[in-house]
Design a protein around this ligand. Structure first.
Ligand code: BGC
Length: 369
Protein backbone atom coordinates (compact mmCIF):
# COMPACT_ATOMS: atom_id res chain seq x y z
CA UNK A 1 0.00 0.00 0.00
CA UNK A 2 1.17 3.45 -0.85
CA UNK A 3 2.56 5.49 2.00
CA UNK A 4 0.26 8.17 3.25
CA UNK A 5 -2.82 7.01 1.46
CA UNK A 6 -4.98 4.58 3.30
CA UNK A 7 -8.08 4.74 1.27
CA UNK A 8 -9.35 6.43 -1.80
CA UNK A 9 -12.73 8.00 -1.83
CA UNK A 10 -15.12 7.98 -4.68
CA UNK A 11 -16.61 11.32 -5.41
CA UNK A 12 -20.30 11.79 -5.73
CA UNK A 13 -22.20 14.61 -7.28
CA UNK A 14 -23.02 17.72 -5.36
CA UNK A 15 -25.19 16.53 -2.54
CA UNK A 16 -26.97 19.73 -1.75
CA UNK A 17 -30.40 19.72 -3.21
CA UNK A 18 -32.01 22.83 -1.77
CA UNK A 19 -31.30 26.13 -3.36
CA UNK A 20 -31.95 28.34 -6.21
CA UNK A 21 -29.25 29.11 -8.72
CA UNK A 22 -27.14 32.13 -7.99
CA UNK A 23 -27.82 34.96 -10.36
CA UNK A 24 -24.29 36.33 -10.48
CA UNK A 25 -23.06 35.92 -14.03
CA UNK A 26 -20.89 38.98 -13.99
CA UNK A 27 -17.74 36.96 -14.55
CA UNK A 28 -16.09 38.52 -11.53
CA UNK A 29 -14.10 36.43 -9.09
CA UNK A 30 -16.47 36.82 -6.29
CA UNK A 31 -20.10 35.97 -6.00
CA UNK A 32 -22.69 35.43 -3.40
CA UNK A 33 -24.44 37.53 -0.87
CA UNK A 34 -26.75 38.44 -3.75
CA UNK A 35 -30.27 37.43 -4.48
CA UNK A 36 -29.59 33.76 -5.05
CA UNK A 37 -27.40 33.13 -2.03
CA UNK A 38 -28.44 30.57 0.49
CA UNK A 39 -29.39 32.30 3.70
CA UNK A 40 -28.49 29.33 5.89
CA UNK A 41 -24.94 28.99 4.52
CA UNK A 42 -22.00 31.15 5.54
CA UNK A 43 -19.56 32.48 2.99
CA UNK A 44 -16.63 30.44 1.69
CA UNK A 45 -13.25 32.03 0.90
CA UNK A 46 -10.88 30.40 -1.60
CA UNK A 47 -7.27 31.42 -2.26
CA UNK A 48 -5.56 30.09 -5.39
CA UNK A 49 -1.76 30.33 -5.74
CA UNK A 50 -0.76 32.00 -9.01
CA UNK A 51 -1.66 32.23 -12.67
CA UNK A 52 1.69 31.31 -14.21
CA UNK A 53 2.74 27.87 -12.98
CA UNK A 54 -0.20 26.20 -14.71
CA UNK A 55 -3.12 27.23 -16.85
CA UNK A 56 -5.45 25.59 -14.33
CA UNK A 57 -5.25 28.20 -11.54
CA UNK A 58 -6.28 31.11 -13.74
CA UNK A 59 -8.84 29.27 -15.83
CA UNK A 60 -10.11 25.85 -14.82
CA UNK A 61 -10.23 25.79 -11.03
CA UNK A 62 -11.92 29.18 -10.57
CA UNK A 63 -14.44 28.36 -13.30
CA UNK A 64 -15.45 24.98 -11.87
CA UNK A 65 -15.39 26.15 -8.26
CA UNK A 66 -17.53 29.18 -8.96
CA UNK A 67 -20.01 27.06 -10.91
CA UNK A 68 -20.36 24.59 -8.04
CA UNK A 69 -21.00 27.27 -5.42
CA UNK A 70 -23.32 29.21 -7.69
CA UNK A 71 -25.34 26.07 -8.38
CA UNK A 72 -25.74 25.55 -4.65
CA UNK A 73 -26.49 29.22 -4.02
CA UNK A 74 -23.68 29.44 -1.49
CA UNK A 75 -21.68 32.67 -1.42
CA UNK A 76 -18.04 32.31 -2.38
CA UNK A 77 -15.10 34.63 -2.84
CA UNK A 78 -12.29 33.32 -5.02
CA UNK A 79 -8.99 35.19 -5.12
CA UNK A 80 -5.59 34.47 -6.62
CA UNK A 81 -2.38 35.43 -4.77
CA UNK A 82 -0.45 35.81 -8.06
CA UNK A 83 2.54 33.94 -6.68
CA UNK A 84 3.05 36.47 -3.88
CA UNK A 85 3.22 35.07 -0.35
CA UNK A 86 2.59 38.41 1.33
CA UNK A 87 -0.42 38.92 -0.89
CA UNK A 88 -1.58 35.39 0.02
CA UNK A 89 -1.59 36.32 3.70
CA UNK A 90 -3.24 39.67 3.08
CA UNK A 91 -6.05 38.00 1.16
CA UNK A 92 -6.47 35.47 3.96
CA UNK A 93 -6.58 38.20 6.62
CA UNK A 94 -9.26 39.99 4.63
CA UNK A 95 -11.35 36.86 4.25
CA UNK A 96 -11.00 35.94 7.91
CA UNK A 97 -12.02 39.38 9.11
CA UNK A 98 -14.90 39.49 6.65
CA UNK A 99 -16.33 36.49 8.51
CA UNK A 100 -15.97 33.57 6.08
CA UNK A 101 -17.16 30.31 7.59
CA UNK A 102 -14.84 28.14 5.50
CA UNK A 103 -11.39 28.89 4.11
CA UNK A 104 -10.01 26.78 1.26
CA UNK A 105 -6.41 27.30 0.16
CA UNK A 106 -3.86 26.12 -2.37
CA UNK A 107 -0.71 27.05 -0.49
CA UNK A 108 2.32 28.72 -2.08
CA UNK A 109 4.44 26.91 0.47
CA UNK A 110 3.70 25.10 3.69
CA UNK A 111 5.09 27.88 5.91
CA UNK A 112 2.71 30.62 4.80
CA UNK A 113 -0.08 28.08 4.31
CA UNK A 114 0.28 26.96 7.91
CA UNK A 115 0.26 30.52 9.28
CA UNK A 116 -2.97 31.21 7.41
CA UNK A 117 -4.64 27.96 8.48
CA UNK A 118 -3.74 28.60 12.11
CA UNK A 119 -5.23 32.10 12.04
CA UNK A 120 -8.40 30.74 10.46
CA UNK A 121 -8.69 27.99 13.07
CA UNK A 122 -8.30 30.51 15.89
CA UNK A 123 -11.21 32.42 14.37
CA UNK A 124 -13.32 29.24 14.37
CA UNK A 125 -13.22 28.87 10.58
CA UNK A 126 -13.27 25.43 8.97
CA UNK A 127 -10.27 24.80 6.67
CA UNK A 128 -9.66 22.80 3.50
CA UNK A 129 -6.35 22.17 1.74
CA UNK A 130 -7.21 22.18 -1.96
CA UNK A 131 -4.87 20.19 -4.22
CA UNK A 132 -1.71 20.80 -2.10
CA UNK A 133 -1.34 19.47 1.43
CA UNK A 134 0.01 22.08 3.84
CA UNK A 135 2.61 20.22 5.89
CA UNK A 136 1.84 20.51 9.62
CA UNK A 137 -0.95 22.84 8.58
CA UNK A 138 -3.66 20.89 10.36
CA UNK A 139 -6.37 21.60 7.76
CA UNK A 140 -9.67 19.91 8.57
CA UNK A 141 -9.87 18.33 5.09
CA UNK A 142 -7.73 17.69 2.03
CA UNK A 143 -9.00 17.31 -1.54
CA UNK A 144 -6.61 16.32 -4.31
CA UNK A 145 -5.59 13.61 -6.75
CA UNK A 146 -3.52 10.55 -5.96
CA UNK A 147 -0.33 12.47 -6.62
CA UNK A 148 2.03 9.52 -6.32
CA UNK A 149 -0.02 7.90 -9.06
CA UNK A 150 0.36 11.07 -11.16
CA UNK A 151 4.12 10.58 -10.94
CA UNK A 152 3.88 6.87 -11.73
CA UNK A 153 1.92 7.67 -14.89
CA UNK A 154 4.58 10.20 -15.89
CA UNK A 155 7.39 7.70 -15.28
CA UNK A 156 5.60 4.94 -17.18
CA UNK A 157 4.71 7.34 -20.01
CA UNK A 158 8.37 8.25 -20.44
CA UNK A 159 9.38 4.58 -20.37
CA UNK A 160 6.82 3.81 -23.11
CA UNK A 161 8.06 6.67 -25.32
CA UNK A 162 11.73 5.73 -24.82
CA UNK A 163 10.95 2.11 -25.61
CA UNK A 164 9.33 3.23 -28.84
CA UNK A 165 12.46 5.22 -29.75
CA UNK A 166 14.61 2.10 -29.24
CA UNK A 167 17.44 4.09 -27.64
CA UNK A 168 20.19 2.11 -25.95
CA UNK A 169 20.84 3.26 -22.40
CA UNK A 170 19.30 6.71 -22.89
CA UNK A 171 20.31 9.51 -20.52
CA UNK A 172 17.21 10.74 -18.68
CA UNK A 173 16.97 14.23 -17.15
CA UNK A 174 14.44 15.15 -14.49
CA UNK A 175 12.90 18.58 -14.00
CA UNK A 176 10.97 18.42 -10.75
CA UNK A 177 8.29 20.80 -9.52
CA UNK A 178 8.72 23.41 -6.81
CA UNK A 179 10.69 22.16 -3.80
CA UNK A 180 8.14 23.84 -1.52
CA UNK A 181 5.14 22.06 -3.04
CA UNK A 182 4.36 18.77 -1.29
CA UNK A 183 2.76 17.56 -4.53
CA UNK A 184 6.12 17.88 -6.31
CA UNK A 185 7.59 15.54 -3.68
CA UNK A 186 4.79 13.04 -4.29
CA UNK A 187 5.09 13.28 -8.09
CA UNK A 188 8.84 12.59 -7.80
CA UNK A 189 8.16 9.69 -5.46
CA UNK A 190 5.91 8.25 -8.17
CA UNK A 191 8.14 8.71 -11.21
CA UNK A 192 11.30 7.76 -9.38
CA UNK A 193 9.66 4.50 -8.35
CA UNK A 194 9.47 3.74 -12.08
CA UNK A 195 12.79 5.27 -13.21
CA UNK A 196 15.15 4.32 -10.34
CA UNK A 197 15.01 0.59 -11.09
CA UNK A 198 15.86 1.43 -14.73
CA UNK A 199 18.90 3.43 -13.64
CA UNK A 200 19.86 0.66 -11.23
CA UNK A 201 19.73 -2.12 -13.80
CA UNK A 202 21.50 -0.04 -16.45
CA UNK A 203 18.55 0.26 -18.86
CA UNK A 204 18.79 4.06 -18.52
CA UNK A 205 21.57 6.40 -17.43
CA UNK A 206 20.62 8.88 -14.72
CA UNK A 207 21.13 12.39 -16.06
CA UNK A 208 20.78 15.76 -14.33
CA UNK A 209 17.96 16.17 -11.84
CA UNK A 210 16.78 19.56 -10.54
CA UNK A 211 13.77 21.18 -8.89
CA UNK A 212 12.25 24.29 -10.45
CA UNK A 213 11.56 26.95 -7.79
CA UNK A 214 7.89 27.99 -7.75
CA UNK A 215 7.32 25.90 -10.89
CA UNK A 216 8.65 28.95 -12.75
CA UNK A 217 8.54 28.16 -16.47
CA UNK A 218 11.19 30.73 -17.44
CA UNK A 219 13.61 29.33 -14.88
CA UNK A 220 12.83 25.85 -16.16
CA UNK A 221 14.05 26.91 -19.61
CA UNK A 222 17.30 28.25 -18.18
CA UNK A 223 17.82 25.16 -16.05
CA UNK A 224 17.24 22.81 -18.97
CA UNK A 225 19.46 24.86 -21.27
CA UNK A 226 22.28 24.34 -18.78
CA UNK A 227 21.47 20.65 -18.46
CA UNK A 228 21.64 20.19 -22.21
CA UNK A 229 24.84 22.20 -22.58
CA UNK A 230 26.61 20.04 -20.02
CA UNK A 231 25.00 16.81 -21.24
CA UNK A 232 24.35 16.86 -24.98
CA UNK A 233 23.29 13.24 -24.87
CA UNK A 234 20.02 13.69 -22.94
CA UNK A 235 17.48 11.43 -24.62
CA UNK A 236 14.44 11.75 -22.37
CA UNK A 237 13.07 14.38 -19.98
CA UNK A 238 10.74 13.82 -17.06
CA UNK A 239 9.18 17.28 -16.75
CA UNK A 240 6.73 17.48 -13.85
CA UNK A 241 4.02 19.51 -15.61
CA UNK A 242 3.07 20.87 -19.03
CA UNK A 243 4.56 24.32 -18.34
CA UNK A 244 7.96 22.87 -17.46
CA UNK A 245 7.62 20.47 -20.41
CA UNK A 246 6.95 23.35 -22.78
CA UNK A 247 10.03 25.20 -21.50
CA UNK A 248 12.08 22.07 -22.23
CA UNK A 249 10.52 21.69 -25.68
CA UNK A 250 11.39 25.31 -26.55
CA UNK A 251 15.05 24.61 -25.76
CA UNK A 252 14.94 21.35 -27.70
CA UNK A 253 13.46 23.23 -30.67
CA UNK A 254 16.34 25.70 -30.64
CA UNK A 255 18.68 22.71 -30.77
CA UNK A 256 16.61 20.93 -33.43
CA UNK A 257 16.06 18.04 -31.04
CA UNK A 258 12.29 18.33 -30.50
CA UNK A 259 10.48 15.11 -31.29
CA UNK A 260 13.64 13.09 -30.74
CA UNK A 261 13.69 13.56 -27.00
CA UNK A 262 10.46 12.47 -25.29
CA UNK A 263 9.22 14.97 -22.69
CA UNK A 264 6.45 14.38 -20.15
CA UNK A 265 3.93 16.78 -18.64
CA UNK A 266 0.85 17.15 -16.47
CA UNK A 267 -2.44 19.08 -16.44
CA UNK A 268 -3.67 18.46 -19.99
CA UNK A 269 -3.27 22.14 -20.83
CA UNK A 270 -4.10 23.35 -24.34
CA UNK A 271 -0.39 23.93 -24.93
CA UNK A 272 0.56 20.49 -23.59
CA UNK A 273 -2.06 18.77 -25.75
CA UNK A 274 -0.84 20.69 -28.80
CA UNK A 275 2.74 19.70 -28.03
CA UNK A 276 1.58 16.09 -27.88
CA UNK A 277 -0.26 16.37 -31.21
CA UNK A 278 2.87 17.93 -32.76
CA UNK A 279 4.91 14.93 -31.60
CA UNK A 280 7.08 17.09 -29.32
CA UNK A 281 5.60 15.89 -26.03
CA UNK A 282 5.28 12.26 -25.04
CA UNK A 283 2.29 12.45 -22.69
CA UNK A 284 0.45 14.50 -20.13
CA UNK A 285 -1.58 13.61 -17.07
CA UNK A 286 -5.24 14.59 -17.14
CA UNK A 287 -6.64 15.45 -13.76
CA UNK A 288 -10.37 16.09 -14.02
CA UNK A 289 -10.37 19.46 -12.28
CA UNK A 290 -14.16 19.62 -12.38
CA UNK A 291 -14.34 16.55 -10.14
CA UNK A 292 -11.75 18.03 -7.79
CA UNK A 293 -13.61 21.35 -7.64
CA UNK A 294 -16.94 19.58 -7.14
CA UNK A 295 -15.55 17.41 -4.34
CA UNK A 296 -14.00 20.38 -2.55
CA UNK A 297 -17.13 22.50 -2.98
CA UNK A 298 -19.31 19.74 -1.67
CA UNK A 299 -17.22 19.60 1.50
CA UNK A 300 -17.11 23.37 1.84
CA UNK A 301 -20.84 23.74 1.30
CA UNK A 302 -21.61 21.21 4.03
CA UNK A 303 -19.23 23.02 6.38
CA UNK A 304 -20.69 26.41 5.47
CA UNK A 305 -24.09 25.04 6.47
CA UNK A 306 -22.59 23.65 9.66
CA UNK A 307 -23.28 20.12 8.56
CA UNK A 308 -20.84 17.28 8.95
CA UNK A 309 -19.44 16.32 5.54
CA UNK A 310 -19.78 12.66 4.64
CA UNK A 311 -17.65 12.45 1.51
CA UNK A 312 -14.09 12.62 2.88
CA UNK A 313 -13.88 8.92 3.54
CA UNK A 314 -10.15 8.54 2.90
CA UNK A 315 -7.24 9.86 4.92
CA UNK A 316 -3.81 11.22 4.06
CA UNK A 317 -0.99 11.11 6.56
CA UNK A 318 0.71 14.47 6.92
CA UNK A 319 4.34 13.27 6.77
CA UNK A 320 5.51 16.09 9.01
CA UNK A 321 2.95 16.11 11.81
CA UNK A 322 2.06 12.43 11.46
CA UNK A 323 -1.65 13.34 11.60
CA UNK A 324 -4.26 11.72 9.37
CA UNK A 325 -6.17 14.33 7.38
CA UNK A 326 -9.66 13.29 6.17
CA UNK A 327 -9.36 13.31 2.39
CA UNK A 328 -10.91 12.93 -1.00
CA UNK A 329 -8.29 11.72 -3.50
CA UNK A 330 -9.17 11.34 -7.16
CA UNK A 331 -7.72 9.26 -9.93
CA UNK A 332 -5.47 10.85 -12.59
CA UNK A 333 -5.30 9.59 -16.16
CA UNK A 334 -2.44 9.31 -18.65
CA UNK A 335 -2.98 11.00 -22.02
CA UNK A 336 -1.02 10.34 -25.22
CA UNK A 337 -1.61 11.35 -28.85
CA UNK A 338 -4.22 8.58 -29.21
CA UNK A 339 -6.24 9.79 -26.24
CA UNK A 340 -6.11 13.61 -26.54
CA UNK A 341 -9.67 13.18 -27.79
CA UNK A 342 -10.77 11.97 -24.35
CA UNK A 343 -9.87 15.28 -22.74
CA UNK A 344 -11.91 17.13 -25.35
CA UNK A 345 -14.83 14.70 -25.05
CA UNK A 346 -14.78 15.21 -21.29
CA UNK A 347 -15.33 18.94 -21.88
CA UNK A 348 -12.11 20.01 -20.14
CA UNK A 349 -10.74 21.77 -23.22
CA UNK A 350 -12.56 22.60 -26.41
CA UNK A 351 -11.73 21.26 -29.84
CA UNK A 352 -11.57 24.86 -31.07
CA UNK A 353 -8.89 25.74 -28.53
CA UNK A 354 -6.71 22.71 -29.32
CA UNK A 355 -7.33 22.18 -33.03
CA UNK A 356 -6.25 25.57 -34.34
CA UNK A 357 -5.09 25.84 -37.97
CA UNK A 358 -1.56 24.58 -37.16
CA UNK A 359 -2.95 21.47 -35.51
CA UNK A 360 -5.90 20.75 -37.80
CA UNK A 361 -4.26 17.83 -39.56
CA UNK A 362 -2.82 16.37 -36.36
CA UNK A 363 -6.28 16.59 -34.81
CA UNK A 364 -7.87 14.74 -37.71
CA UNK A 365 -5.10 12.11 -37.55
CA UNK A 366 -5.78 11.69 -33.83
CA UNK A 367 -9.46 11.02 -34.54
CA UNK A 368 -10.66 14.41 -33.30
CA UNK A 369 -13.34 15.50 -35.69
C1 BGC B 1 -0.52 20.90 -9.05
C2 BGC B 1 -0.31 20.79 -10.54
C3 BGC B 1 0.29 22.07 -11.08
C4 BGC B 1 1.48 22.53 -10.25
C5 BGC B 1 1.95 23.90 -10.66
C6 BGC B 1 0.76 21.30 -8.37
O1 BGC B 1 0.61 21.40 -6.99
O2 BGC B 1 -0.99 19.66 -8.53
O3 BGC B 1 -1.54 20.50 -11.17
O4 BGC B 1 0.73 21.87 -12.39
O5 BGC B 1 1.15 22.57 -8.88
O6 BGC B 1 0.99 24.86 -10.44
Amino acid sequence: MRKGIFALAAVGLLATSSVAACGDDSGSDSSGGGTGSNASAGKVGIILPDTKSSQRWGTDDPKFLKAAFDAAGVPVEIQNAQGDKTQFQTIADGMISSGVKVLMIVNLDSGTGKAVLEKAKKAGIATIDYDRLTLSGGADYYVSFDNVKVGELQGQGLVDCLTEKKYTKPVVAELNGSPTDNNATLFAQGYDSVLNPKYADGTYAKGPNQPVPDWDNAQAGTIFEQMLTSNKNIKGVLAANDGLGNAVISVLKKNKLNGQVPVTGQDATVQGLQNILAGDQCMTVYKAIKKEADAASELAIALAKQQKPTTATGTTKDPESGKDVPSVLLDPESITKDTVKKVIDDGFVTKDAVCTADFAKACTDAGIS
